[in-house]
Design a protein around this ligand. Structure first.
Ligand code: CP
Length: 310
């Protein structure tokens, strides 16, 4: 029995990432052309944290693949509280064809994957947001063409799941990834080392900056995310101060290439991590990015199901 999972961005090779992006583009052009969930087979979608985009894009995407999106209320299920992650995994694996889980700890997702017997998809943890990155790379490819050799600057909280995921997924795509963040808010050394290991095979790179202007200078893609990730609400005052120099303003965006695109995975807070003029301006591709979640995740589920056997 083989079961493939998508728990972090480096669960796919560079060739597999390119295949995922091609499949996502095909599914965007022909939404009902692949039906790996026909039956319908059910997909459990579990959310232990707030969500809009992830639950609707998975729900719509699962339906387009011929399947039944089954929303499992995280609090009611009490995973790891009412019963162990292992036992929940064993039960879900007897009922559904894929498990999609947004939760806190990457280790819990690993445990789910080890015991479910069906593909498990990371719908965001504290450490990674790999489905978002498939959508982001699809969006960049649509607007900028080939990903390899492009420079992407991520500004703000580099220690969040999006910083980690951009490091790994960008390196996998052969991009030059720059993370501009204040001291204490960079991805870990281990994460940079893993990105460098991948980049050595793809021609990409991964570089830490503390100066947002230097990081954005000449970039093809500029990315930011909320300064107050889920679970960090108590730190809001401190974070608003420490991240202020990393706000994606029109002045900062002007340092990028003239045809650079701006990404934000949303929800966005205008006037904080991103100026309204940038988010709502001509270089913003955030609404394409939000739409592409559906196409990207359909590709991920199709890819995993095709490579898994029971
Ligand atoms: N970008 C993202 O994951 O959005 P939600 O938190 O609304 O799902």
């Amino acid at each position: 029995m083989t079961t493939r999972h998508f728990l972090r961005d480096d669960d796919v090779t560079p060739a597999e990432q390119a295949e995922l992006l091609d499949l996502a583009a095909t599914l965007k052009a022909s939404p009902w052309s692949r039906r790996p969930l026909a039956g319908p087979k059910s997909v459990a979608m579990i959310f232990d944290k707030p969500t809009l985009r992830t639950q609707v894009s998975f729900g719509a995407g699962i339906a387009e693949l011929g399947g039944n999106p089954m929303l499992v209320e995280g609090k009611l299920a009490g995973i790891g509280v009412r019963e162990s992650v292992e036992d929940v995994a064993r039960v879900l694996g007897r009922q559904v064809s894929v498990v999609v889980w947004r939760t806190f700890f990457q280790a819990d997702l690993d445990t789910m994957a080890a015991h479910a017997g069906v593909p498990v998809v990371n719908a965001l943890t504290d450490d990674f947001h790999p489905c978002q990155l498939v959508a982001d790379l699809l969006t960049v490819r649509e607007h900028k063409g080939d990903l390899a050799g492009l420079t992407v600057a991520f500004v703000g909280d580099g220690a969040c799941n999006m910083g980690n995921s951009w490091l790994l997924a960008g390196a996998t795509a052969g991009m030059h990834v720059r993370i501009a963040a204040p001291s204490g808010y960079q991805p870990s050394e281990a994460m940079y080392a893993r990105a460098a290991e991948i980049a050595a095979t793809t021609g990409g790179s991964a570089t830490a900056f503390d100066d947002a202007e230097k990081a954005v200078a000449g970039a093809d893609v500029v990315v930011t995310d909320t300064w107050i990730s889920m679970g960090k609400e108590a730190e809001e005052a401190d974070r608003t101060t420490v991240f202020a120099p990393y706000s994606l303003t029109t002045e900062l965006m002007a340092l990028a290439e003239p045809d650079a695109v701006a990404l934000h995975c949303l929800p966005a807070y205008r006037g904080k991590e991103i100026a309204a003029e940038v988010l709502d301006g001509p270089q913003s591709v955030v609404w394409d990015e939000a739409e592409n979640r559906r196409h990207a995740q359909k590709a991920v589920m199709t890819f995993l199901l095709e490579r898994s056997s029971r």
